[in-house]
Design a protein around this ligand. Sequence first.
Ligand code: NAD
Length: 498
Amino acid sequence: MTHAEVLRAAGLDAAQLTGGTLPIHSPIDGVEVARVAVTPAGEMDTIVARSHAAFLKWRDLPAPRRGELVRLLGEELRAAKDELGAVVTLEAGKITSEGLGEVQEMIDICDFAVGLSRQLYGKTIASERPGHRMMETWHPMGPCGVITAFNFPVAVWSWNTAIALVCGNPVIWKPSEKSALTAMTCMKILDRALARFGDDAPDGLVQLVIGGAEQGAALVEHPGVAIVSATGSTAMGRKVGPKVAERFGRCILELGGNNAMIVAPSADLDMAVRAIVFSAVGTCGQRCTSLRRVIAHDSIRGELVARLKKAYATLPIGDPRAPGTLVGPITDASARDRMLAALETARADGGTVHGGEAVEGVAGGAYVSPAIVEMPAQTEIVRTETFAPILYVMGYEALEDAIAMQNGVPQGLSACIFTLDLREAEYYLSAAGADCGIINVNIGPSGAEIGGAFGGEKETGGGRESGSDAWKGYMRRATNTINYSAELPLAQGVKFDI
Ligand code: NAD
């Protein structure tokens, strides 16, 4: 299908795709596929006021009824999976299977959120006072601003939106300036769910803001936005976090990663190689959870590198729409240049680089061969997240040293170990082990399921989204004490008789 056919199949019409000032390019061939209208940052007051009015109605609707809208969204996503997946491929350059996988993740989180809409549980707590009962109640918070990155243009929106909606919050979405078209497609799919849902959904329940940092900043700084859930680089989070803190807003930050795998002497190397290749080169190394560092035991490092080099040599690189392609384009020429510059720095640090060259793909796109870099030490460039398929390989002798190396980076998103030694695996998962938000054994660091809480520590920002009890980040907790006695005892035995 041509780009125009993909966009038409997704329901985007010429009026939406032309006449604006924000150019959208496909990484596949660099072609400008649309020029969309930017939301003036000055409109944020109106947008937030609309969202607040929606909040006052939406919060009164019983949560299971709110869940019904998310159930319908899941149905509409199932029906539109191919069309939306194709737009993800067009706009983010993901191979077809990964584009579809991203939509499946949206469907999965909708299913999760529907069940959650009947499980927004609070605790009942033993009171120290006779004739008293304590409990926790969870309430909606207000408008939830969702800022998303280019590399997961739709899944991250759905993680936030499905949960925010069942929790009783309206959503204002500011997608990446590179992925306005997937966002517009999602809004069309949501509109179909809203039409089926009926009048219970207030106007402005989910609004879209198109633009870049300026629009994002206007959302972040607005005192009417109760929650800001921002996904992107650590540089962005460093600006957003203090702004939200300044006004005492709630912030959920999902920022950069620098994910490592330790390969122990007992590791199943067949499995490790497969996990490494998928995690390091999938999505052309442009996942926040992409594998960026392998820390291999010296006894198996040589064999592992040899097997990785062999696997890398067979990787089909090219048009992400073509069956069989495993590595599509990197997002644009400047991302490719950043990759090549990082490799130069690694060389200057004593690294030996295999691969990592600009290669022919579809004319106009930026294509690279993924790189394996054998490093003598974990230098500054290794400690930096370069958003590209670069895999640094280092060696270790003692597990404690490997864990120290793994944790010796500013980021703390995802980590894993390949070992068949139970003691090693448990030590790695213990408090003395990996310091990340996602820690796996015999699985790569990439490709999380929505059932678990997603997010990481340190410069990854500390936020949690998606499954488990991440919903608590979208609600306000009230502690309630009810006195059903005829006395008024004070806690801690305090006497205050009048
Ligand atoms: P980016 O930081 O350039 O942009 C992310 C979003 O933030 C965009 O919507 C952008 O317009 C907005 N933004 C930028 N400056 C802003 C500001 N001052 N105020 C408000 N909004 C602002 O990131 P990117 O290049 O789109 O994405 C890649 C990065 O995102 C990588 O670092 C990757 O690790 C990270 N990421 C993290 C996760 C996670 O869950 N931890 C998921 C996906 C991507």
